[in-house]
Ligand binder design. Structure first.
Ligand SMILES: *Cc1c(COP(=O)(O)O)cnc(C)c1O
Length: 359
């Protein structure tokens, strides 16, 4: 289904002021954004406008009670200069799940994909071509009723904007397996990208940084020992010859990178298990020399190898990243598919036109 989207182009492109060879993460924004409004029970007024500030009523409900959900994905340019999107249907579907959990109206998944295709096509000159760089896409929906009673809003705004980005982490990451803070619990919102999840985690991340670590490794809130994930990454660990990632549940974000890596690992004939794993099992494997690999996976970071893991007062130092071939070869394979260099054997890639990209 095709949704009508009105387009108002900018008359002041900022593109010439951007150094595309030296991009930070998430600080530079492209020329246009997509907007849509929800009122009277339906999504309407689909439009692309020049990127700019919003004007908000002080009682805008999303600001107060956190009815806000978002997504994160990337566009890459193929060797033939075609803008590519990686599994946007997965993000569209997760956005629906997040919105539903937050009592928000789902945005039609086909409109989500069409809006992104249209926006990225319009700003395709903003897709960096430097290796490892990409155009980050941020869809976000928030409650807009002007009301300070606590209830679900009746109006919402959907917005999508893009940001040409460099690397998220510059190297390997050091994790603190914290049993002091908890990110997610059964019955909660851990499986959604809702803003409160991230705000609530910041204090723990700040404490981790003070201790010399980059991020927390989250564990469950009841036993404080079952591993969930880290920051905005799912985690994988290789114990012996088996690659383990915690199984999905309400407490874990269903990462697109995670599910893609599981497929790629199984394609290689490697043994992958999605199952519960405790920090004790990891410590034991480390002590017996069986913890061969640990890495995080997510759109922003792609794959980030873990170099250090702190649990209570035990610091585990993993093998030097140069001596661990798995994460790097996986990252290369995934990125080569995303960049249209390797054949897209699982039909993960679409271009900004409706047809499958010829890569
Ligand atoms: C976004 C996110 C991930 C990774 O998901 P991808 O779809 O791979 O980007 C993992 N954990 C959390 C908490 C996240 O917010």
């Amino acid at each position: 289904m095709k949704y009508p989207i009105s387009i108002q182009r900018t008359t002041h492109s900022k593109i010439d002021s951007v150094d595309f060879e030296n991009l930070p993460f998430g600080k530079i924004f492209s020329d246009h954004m997509f907007l849509a409004d929800y009122h009277d029970g339906k999504w309407q007024n689909f439009r692309i406008t020049p990127f700019g500030n919003l004007s908000m009523h002080p009682a805008t409900m999303g600001l107060h009670y956190g009815q806000i959900v978002w997504e994160g994905m990337k566009s890459y340019k193929s060797p033939k200069d075609i803008p590519l999107l990686f599994r946007p249907d997965q993000n569209a579907h997760r956005f629906t799940k997040s919105a539903t959990r937050m009592a928000m109206p789902p945005f039609p998944e086909d409109a989500f994909i069409q809006a992104i295709q249209t926006l990225v096509e319009l700003d395709k000159n903003w897709i960096p071509t430097r290796k490892g760089y990409s155009l980050y896409i941020r869809p976000i929906m928030y409650a807009t009723d002007e009301y300070i009673g606590v209830r679900s809003s009746e109006t919402y705004t959907m917005m999508i904007f893009t940001s040409p980005v460099g690397n998220y982490y510059s190297g390997a990451v050091k994790l603190w397996a914290t049993d002091k803070y908890v990110r997610a619990f059964e019955g909660g919102t851990g499986f959604t990208k809702t803003s409160g999840n991230y705000g609530a985690a910041l204090c723990a991340a700040t404490e981790a940084r003070k201790m010399g670590y980059d991020q927390c490794l989250w564990m469950d809130g009841v036993h404080h020992k079952y591993i969930h994930e880290s920051g905005t990454m799912n985690v994988f660990m290789q114990l012996g010859d088996t690659i383990i990632t915690p199984e999905l549940s309400e407490t874990i974000l269903d990462g697109v990178t995670r599910k893609s890596l599981i497929t790629l690992l199984r394609d290689r004939g490697l043994k992958v298990e999605e199952r519960s794993i405790t920090i004790d099992e990891v410590v034991e494997a480390y002590d017996s020399g069986n913890l061969h690999e640990m890495f995080g996976s997510g759109t922003a970071a792609t794959i980030a190898p873990v170099s250090h893991l702190l649990y209570r007062d035990k610091e585990m130092v993993l093998k030097k990243v140069e001596e661990r071939p798995l994460w790097e070869s996986l990252k290369t394979e995934l990125q080569s598919i995303q960049w249209g260099i390797l054949p897209d054997r699982h039909n993960w890639i679409i271009s900004t036109s409706d047809t499958l990209a010829s890569v």
